[in-house]
Design a protein around this ligand. Structure first.
Ligand code: GEK
Length: 247
């Protein structure tokens, strides 16, 4: 299997009974195409993670990309951060994702991307220490709700003073009419990106028990409870948002 090859996402193109979504080899092999066509603003969010990381990275600290998939946010940070002696830890529990990330890192080390270390582990077990930037780019939504608080608390404790956490999520909004509107606009976006109505509806079913979105209010109050002194949304398109929280 060619680990550097990415294909077009047709995983839900034929009618079937979708089972719960998992981050296996099939998903890893189409991931870049899938996320670019499924998350409005994904490219912008990655670029801005690089910009934020460049601003807040402290010399001699750790930068974490939790639920890194193929390392999009790690690469953005590696390209932009100029603080001395930072280590970027790209962590994911999917062996298929980490194998592909490692193949990519091996083939690109010659192009000057250095300082990214990959780890195949559950982020609930990861040690976060001496951190200046932590990224949860569309990962928290896959963590069981009752474990989100402990994870954010651990991140807060592992961050140095002046450090930041970036959290990007699919969200719900409290008003049902507005929520429906955002979902409709999002489905229009996916159709414009080349997904059929069948693909959109089968993927939605597959994610139903796996991706649990929350409101911005829930996110912000949890961040406050965990100790973050302030948090704000810096990007939103339809029902996708990214927040930054400050220690
Ligand atoms: C990006 N951040 O391209 N421990 C470790 N990894 C996990 C866990 C866990 N408990 N749960 C889920 N994951 C990336 C995109 S994708 C988002 C993140 C999406 C991993 C999972 O294996 C997958 O790779 C990632 O979180 C979510 O910027 O596909 O919508």
């Amino acid at each position: 299997m060619e680990k550097n090859k990415q294909s077009r996402d047709k995983l839900f193109a034929t009618l079937g009974t979708p089972s719960d979504f998992v981050f296996d080899e099939k998903v890893a092999s189409v991931f870049e195409d899938m996320i670019n066509r499924s998350v409005p603003g994904y490219g912008t969010i990655l670029s801005m993670i690089g910009v934020l990381a460049a601003r807040y990275a402290q010399a001699g600290t750790n930068l974490y990309d939790l639920g890194c998939s193929l390392g999009g946010a790690s690469y953005a940070m590696a390209r932009e951060v100029s603080a001395d002696s930072c280590r970027i830890h790209a962590i994911d529990s999917s062996p298929a994702m980490i194998e592909r990330l490692e193949a990519k890192l091996a083939s690109q080390s010659a192009e000057g991307i250095e300082g990214i270390e990959s780890h195949c582990e559950d982020i609930l077990d990861s040690e976060i220490a001496n951190a200046s930037v932590v990224v949860l780019n569309f990962t928290l939504q896959f963590i069981p709700q009752q474990q989100r608080q402990d994870l954010l608390k651990k991140i807060y404790e592992g961050l140095n003073e002046g450090g930041i956490l970036i959290v990007s999520e699919k969200i719900v909004v409290p008003d049902p009419t507005l929520n429906e509107l955002l979902i409709e606009l999002y489905h229009n976006f996916k159709e414009n990106m080349g997904y059929s109505k069948l693909e959109i509806s089968q993927k939605r079913t597959a994610l139903e028990n796996v991706l649990i979105p929350e409101t911005l209010e829930q996110h912000k109050s949890r961040l406050t409870e965990c100790g973050f002194r302030a948090s704000e949304v810096w990007f939103q398109c339809f029902n996708f948002a990214s927040m930054v929280a400050f220690k």
